[in-house]
Design a protein around this ligand. Structure first.
Ligand code: SAH
Ligand code: SF4
Length: 387
């Protein structure tokens, strides 16, 4: 972090509050109060922090603790309960965050459709709440250039600060319906989280801090296109507790490099080495995301390569038929080809699911996020002609 740039109040950890407020001559208790206001109560306007002195409120407002950091511009609600929130940032940039309620009835045993924690005994309890997963963005646009992705085609506009990443969750939580509880946060919105490592790691520390939102670290999932040094660093710094989702999309370097330029920098052998070294806790698995693009990575020969490549790694595989985007003529394979691909992986002994697109009617599928000047076109899974 740049020491010249003070951490934004929303991104400050309790120990940093203690230091910064002590330097102002404030009592230690004030640090606890401010962190509580922001992270627990979701209040990001210093003027509303009624138990602080007027002097401190004014100083915090001066440091940026005032409304306007992350403003919900539009909330689109889909018939399946998914909410897509277009968020306006201070500089006018637009990002998106998505709330995805579990599709199971509150208290019912979790199933695969509901969320990814199918191996988590806690999920089988009788929580009275509808569990909500929030998908958040880490960048405006993305530098990785994957050819099937709207964010990649647009390029990187700028990084998000840790305060902007965290504020999406504070906002999302404030928009929950009665009876809903935020359980999982997935870094699968716009951008490559590990290309914004410092801000991403800080936001994880904030979201999982017990005095704040208090998410369980293993309910935080980082999705990455495969930045190997940062995967290693994440594994070390969070001791493997942060859940990992890898955007694989191909099991040979030629196919993968054609879809995802990052593969030229970190080819499959290096990526696999990092995944085998990731200090995954017992009984946890790495999620493998595989976007199926018609004619590019969807034949059974590729599925067999995937089966070979992943041998020995604890994984669950999510197949995602590609959502068409305006900037490209690429699209999803037919139902038949998706099914054949899945069958190869099931026959090879893997847990392999086809992800249903959620919130299609409001363009809310993760990875399909709105960009300034680029209208996303999300149609969900429309089968092409059977071939
Ligand atoms: N940059 C990270 C996280 C954001 S993308 C990553 O790549 O993992 C989240 C997921 O959406 C990725 O698995 C990505 O491959 C997928 N995705 C992007 N564009 C898509 C599209 N048009 N159709 C289906 N999935 C897409
Ligand atoms: Fe970036 Fe992920 Fe899109 Fe690739 S798929 S361009 S890494 S957001």
């Amino acid at each position: 972090m740049n020491p010249a740039a003070p951490t934004h109040p929303i991104a400050r950890l309790p120990e940093e509050w203690r230091t910064s407020l002590a330097a102002r001559g404030e009592r230690a208790f004030a640090a606890k109060q401010v962190f509580d206001w922001i992270q627990k109560r979701g209040v990001v306007d210093a003027a509303a922090m009624s138990n602080l002195s007027p002097k401190l409120r004014a100083a915090l407002a001066e440091e940026g603790l005032s409304p306007g950091l992350c403003v919900p511009e539009q909330v689109h609600r889909s018939s399946d309960g998914t909410r897509k929130i277009a968020v306006r940032l201070r500089d006018g940039a637009l990002i998106e965050t998505v709330l995805l309620p579990s599709l199971t009835a509150p208290g019912a045993p979790a199933n695969q459709e509901a969320d990814d924690d199918d191996d988590d005994a806690e999920q089988h309890g009788s929580s009275p709440h509808t569990r909500v997963t929030q998908c958040i963005s880490t960048q405006v646009g993305c530098a990785m250039g994957c050819i099937f992705c709207a964010s990649g085609v647009a390029g990187l506009k700028r990084q998000l600060g840790a305060e902007e990443i965290t504020a999406q969750v504070l906002l999302g939580r404030s928009l929950l319906d009665e009876g809903e509880a935020l359980r999982n946060v997935v870094y699968m919105g716009m951008g490559e989280p590990l290309h914004n490592y410092e801000a991403t790691a800080r936001s994880i520390r904030l979201l999982t801090h017990p005095d704040g939102i208090g998410l369980s670290t293993r309910r935080v999932t980082i999705s990455t296109s495969g930045l190997v040094p940062e995967i290693n660093r994440l594994g070390e710094e969070f001791k493997g507790q942060v859940a990992l989702a890898i955007s694989l999309h191909a099991a040979d370097d030629t196919t993968r490099s054609a879809l995802m330029p990052i593969n030229r920098r970190y080819p499959l052998a290096e990526l696999m080495k990092a995944l085998h070294a990731y200090p995954l806790p017992k009984r946890r698995r790495i999620t493998i995301e595989y976007t199926l693009v018609a004619g590019k990575n969807d034949d059974v020969a590729e599925a067999k390569k995937v089966a070979r490549l992943l041998r020995g790694l604890p994984v669950k595989i999510n197949l995602i038929p590609m959502n068409p985007i305006d900037a490209s003529t690429l699209g999803p394979p037919s139902f038949g080809r998706v099914g054949a691909f899945q069958q190869v992986l099931i026959d090879a002994g893997y847990s392999c699911f086809v992800r249903k697109q959620r919130g299609d009617d409001v363009s809310a599928a993760c990875g399909q996020l709105v960009l300034i000047g680029a209208k996303p076109k999300v149609k969900g899974f429309r089968p092409a002609q059977e071939s």
